[in-house]
Design a protein around this ligand. Structure first.
Ligand SMILES: Nc1ncnc2c1ncn2[C@@H]1O[C@H](COP(=O)(O)OP(=O)(O)O)[C@@H](O)[C@H]1O
Ligand SMILES: [Mg+2]
Length: 173
């Protein structure tokens, strides 16, 4: 599965990867909507509120080879969890083109600096890798993941290979 802060490239990378692997592609947001797991919308954040426990249960019921994509995907179990990471300044640039509220952009950039999604992923999953997408395109990122799966070699991408400590001064005190 592919997770990460919004703007890190999940949707693009997953689309290319699913084609390369010949796997089914499932977006968590679409899946949650079609399975009645949306509990409402977070007005302030302009995002869907999804029941993460129910999501986990419903995803467990799926079978076959699947690329599951979305910023809540890592709350589910998977054979491999890929967290996409992006340099906070580059991420801010990508999110600014989305017409989001400034507060929503700041929140996501701060979450990226603090490795929030990576931490959540390693709490429940054993096979977690993180890949920096800041300066490579989605095709190249997909190839890295494809090769990783084919060669079963994760050593260059273990949690901790990406660090945004140099950007801690962007965080509020
Ligand atoms: N590796 C990349 N390099 C540069 N821009 C990228 C890269 N991956 C995605 N983008 C751009 O960033 C934005 C977010 O990509 P998207 O796949 O929608 O991310 P997510 O699904 O994680 O929110 C898009 O505008 C996309 O064109
Ligand atoms: Mg997306």
């Amino acid at each position: 599965m592919i997770s990460g802060t919004p703007g890190t490239g999940k949707t693009q990378v997953s689309g290319i990867l699913a084609k390369k692997l010949g796997f089914e592609l499932i977006s968590v947001n679409d899946f949650a909507e079609s399975h009645g797991l949306v509990e409402g919308t977070d007005e302030a954040r302009e995002s869907l509120i999804i029941d993460e426990e129910k999501l986990k249960v419903e995803i467990e019921k799926l079978s076959g080879d699947i690329v599951l994509e979305g910023h809540l995907a890592h709350f589910c179990y998977a054979d491999l969890v890929v967290i996409l990471r992006t340099n906070p300044l580059e991420l801010e640039k990508r999110l600014l083109s989305r017409n989001w509220a400034p507060q929503k952009i700041t929140e996501n950039v701060e979450a990226e600096i603090l490795d929030i999604i990576l931490q959540e992923a390693v709490e429940i999953n054993s096979y977690v890798v993180e890949i920096d997408t800041s300066s490579v395109d989605s095709e190249a990122v997909s190839k890295v993941i494809f090769d990783m799966i084919k060669n079963k070699n994760y050593s260059d991408y273990r949690p901790g290979n990406v660090s945004w400590v140099a950007f801690f001064d962007m965080l509020p005190l």
